[in-house]
Design a protein around this ligand. Sequence first.
Ligand code: AMP
Length: 284
Amino acid sequence: MNIITSVSEMQQKMISARSAGQTISLVPTMGFLHQGHLSLLEEGRKRCDVLVLSIFVNPTQFGQGEDFDDYPRDLKQDSQFAEEMGVDIIFAPENSQMYPQKYATYVDVEGITDCLCGASRPGHFRGVCTVVSKLFNIIQPHSAVFGNKDFQQLAVIKRMTCDLNMPVEIIGLPIYREADGLAMSSRNVYLNNDQRQQALVLSQSLARARKLVASGESDCAVIISNLKKDINQKAEARIDYIQICHQLTLEDQTDVDADSVLLLAVYIGKTRLIDNGFLVTNHD
Ligand code: AMP
């Protein structure tokens, strides 16, 4: 396995691989890998000759006062996991490689970036779309694997690749959870024991919403108000948003149907956690 930090070296390697007729799959991450990331690598491995894992804590997708500096990093541990998963190349560029002086170009997807995390984190998706476009240009993968954990991000990336005619297949995989239901996230390390326990309120809300729907409740406002009551009882929890949206447009719904996705962002202490899931089909 190679670790490459230079954009031009990465580009050369990928051009050679393509000319040799090899297929390339990319799993873009910010590192500090957990089992959720590994499930994406496992899928990527099946789909290509050359599996690339990118690890880059992208400064342009963090807002002021967010956790860019504190974001957990452990390239040594990540490399061991990557090796075990059969990754061929880790692309781990420095900021100066991705955003050299005079850098001035950004990718903006309109509409579906205005709501949910886009509303709470202005500029976040501009940063995401810019870095993912750059990774696609540098690596030119045939496929790229993302997690449903970041449901809106996946929808935005699908929109971007379609709108900009990017020749890459976007694959979305289910949320990988801890045994007690907490969605795996690199940010879970920020939680102390008490907060870790209270963080279960996200996945429990999803389960509660599904139960309400199964028992015949279809009014989104009623479901959301029930969940808000439960979450507000947790001392460490502060709701950023709870919404029931159409899976494709991400527009709020009034009544639950087969396209309904519950999306939540809740601060547990200072840590902002997200979760989501379909309400009728019962899968992540
Ligand atoms: P991140 O390193 O947090 O930027 O995530 C990199 C990729 O891993 C994104 O496509 C995420 O959606 C995906 N991911 C993060 N957590 C999980 C999880 N628990 N299950 C599945 N995929 C995940």
